[in-house]
Design a protein. Structure first.
Length: 426
């Protein structure tokens, strides 16, 4: 029996029998009903919830998500039921669902854990709320906390000894050719010449010798690296395209982490699709139902418009985080074929840049494309994900066209690059 019917019955009995205490009971019920109708939405409006967690993590890490509850009003919240939406690809244990109570001005915390088991861009939330009063008269006052997003970086395999061609070494190396000088490596002073920068004047030495002296620096050649990652889906074998494309992303992340750790300016160029570029509205983002990861939902309609812009070669941890964040979201799709995309994608790179080309296979067309990069003044290195049985032919073809080729089909292949004997044959 609803409260409204009960009040009507009490008023009827009180009117017919003229009993004052029945009027009193009816008035109390009316007061409780009005108070509950006002108090529950008011208290729910005064409720402040904040989701606290580390939003960028590496593969395999366990993330602690804390929900901070703060009742800023004076009135208590008798009960509130909440349900947090957690992606299946991150969930640990039972669904996050519970009923709590909050007194006036009370703070509470509720925590749960998620497991970063696969790279990607995930959505945590929304948090849905249902609140009611102590008497059960008002049920169904709802609210929600907007979702937050978790980025899981791809796997990074440490490469302590990376075997690479010695004719164009990586890094900033000493050189007798004064292409430019490295201000981080001083080597004495010299007399001032017209045109020298005032920033390089050694004022203390100049005051001591009573003549202008300029700092001298060791000459150096800065050699940059660009990771050219091919994620054009038709270039991979249909039955294993997902495995090989994911492994290509792992290889790109491992190489970028290794090179930046060696203080090597490194960039990333890819023809994959960044699903985050599809919509500027977070509410319209589409997530995979099985894993909860932001993914390319409609295959075949991707164009160059959804390809992310290149990340120019830079060094430092910030550059590495930028590359890893891009690799966390990137997906393979039918964008632009490698042979049509590779050479134009490298036009803005400096002369002599080493280009680590990570692609599915080293067929003749792919090798011809890399040969055009060689003739343009670059130093391409082919890294093949597929075709291990015929890779000897690919290596020989690459040698004749002026670049090196490597086959990386799994972690065991990358382990070979750590062995000194493998470096010796380079």
């Amino acid at each position: 029996m609803s409260l409204a019917i009960l009040i009507i019955i009490l008023l009827a009995i009180a009117f017919l029998l003229r009993l004052d205490f029945v009027y009193y009971i009816a008035y109390v019920c009316v007061g409780i009903f009005i108070f509950s109708r006002w108090a529950v939405p008011y208290t729910l409006d005064k409720l402040r919830i904040k989701r606290v967690f580390t939003d960028h993590v590496f593969l395999g890490e366990t993330v602690l998500v804390t929900l901070n509850w703060n009742n800023t009003g004076r009135l208590p919240l008798p009960w509130v039921e909440f349900s947090e939406s957690v992606p299946p690809g991150l969930r640990i244990g039972e669904p996050v669902q519970q009923v709590i109570t909050l007194a006036g001005r009370q703070n509470r915390e509720f925590s749960y854990q998620v497991q970063a088991g696969r790279r990607g861009y995930y959505c945590l939330g929304p948090l849905r709320l249902t609140a009611g009063d102590l008497f059960g008269l008002i049920v169904g006052s709802t609210g929600q906390l907007k979702p937050d997003y978790l980025t899981v970086y791809p796997q990074i395999i440490p490469l302590t000894h990376l075997g690479l061609p010695s004719r164009l070494p990586f890094g900033t190396i000493a050189s007798r050719q004064r292409l430019f000088e490295d201000p981080a490596r001083p080597m004495g002073v010299r007399h001032y010449n017209p045109g020298d920068s005032q920033r390089h004047i050694n004022w203390k030495a100049s005051a001591h010798s009573e003549q202008l002296l300029v700092k001298r620096f060791q000459p150096a050649i800065s050699l940059e690296t660009a990771v050219l990652l091919n994620l054009h889906k038709p270039d991979y074998q249909q039955q294993d395209w997902q495995y090989h494309s994911e492994w290509a992303i792992v290889t790109a992340a491992s190489l970028a982490a290794h090179l930046i750790d060696k203080r090597q300016p490194t960039g990333l160029i890819t023809n994959g699709v960044d699903p985050l570029r599809r919509s500027d509205d977070e509410a319209q983002l589409q997530f995979n139902e099985d894993s909860g990861r932001l993914m390319q939902q409609e295959s075949g309609d991707a164009t160059a418009h959804f390809m992310p812009p290149p990340i120019p070669p830079r060094n430092g941890r910030i550059q590495l985080m930028k590359i890893l964040e891009r690799l966390a979201r990137i997906e393979s799709d039918a964008t632009i074929p490698f042979n049509q995309w590779a050479v134009p994608a490298c036009l803005n790179l400096s002369w002599g840049v080493t280009i680590l080309v990570i692609t599915a296979r080293g067929d003749q067309e792919t090798c011809q494309t890399l040969h055009r990069l060689v003739r343009s003044g670059f130093n391409p290195i082919l890294i093949v994900m597929e075709g291990g049985q015929n890779f000897g032919l690919v290596r020989e073809r690459a040698r004749r066209l002026g670049f090196r080729a490597f086959h990386v089909s799994g972690a065991s292949s990358l382990d070979l690059w750590r062995q000194p004997k493998h470096q010796a044959i380079l």
